[in-house]
Write a protein that binds this ligand. Sequence first.
Ligand code: TMP
Length: 215
Amino acid sequence: MKRGRFITVEGIEGAGKSSIMAAIVESLEHRGLTVCATREPGGTALAERVRAIVLEPGAETISSTTETLLMFAGRGIHLDNRVRPALAAGSWIVCDRFTDATRAYQGAGRGVSSDFIESLARAVHGDLVPDVTLLVDVPVGLGLTRARSRGNAADRIEAETVAFFERVRAHYLSLAANEPRRFRVIDGMQPLEQVRLAACRAVLDYVDAQGNTAS
Ligand code: TMP
């Protein structure tokens, strides 16, 4: 059985990631591929409980180091129980956020050292790097306006400052510049339908380059 592929989708809040996930899944399924859509933090019942711990605002403090450890704890559970088995069975994974989010949010946003993050990444998934990462890029002002207009109460990270999200966005763009073979940067300022089209085109170009038409 041919191993599936691991596609991740990244971007700051309000970039439009969630709305392109379904379109990507549909376009891969249309090619006859078996697809599993998932997210981090979360993606399994237990990892969703870790998500609640790390994102829910509450009275207790979570330090930047602890936040980083929780992200990787949830990731380990998600990888062991969902991602690795699905990849081994030949499914294509489309994952809303992965370790690049830790690099951008905990690393650049919170100032956690990249040595610490990379050592955890090696320990938890030294064997696994995304095959393709779509970065949906939007200016911070637009992203936060979109995210805050949804009317949900802000979680612990959404409640961060504009300066925090500027660091996150800049770091995502520098990760993309450093790994141009893995990253595809999508302009999230376009109308949503155009963003969806650009994301699907990027993924299908990858499928075509692989010569994959079925899992
Ligand atoms: P979401 O709103 O895209 O579902 O993401 C949840 C939040 O979690 C978002 O603010 C980004 C944050 N996050 C991190 O800070 N580090 C991580 O490693 C991941 C996966 C998400």
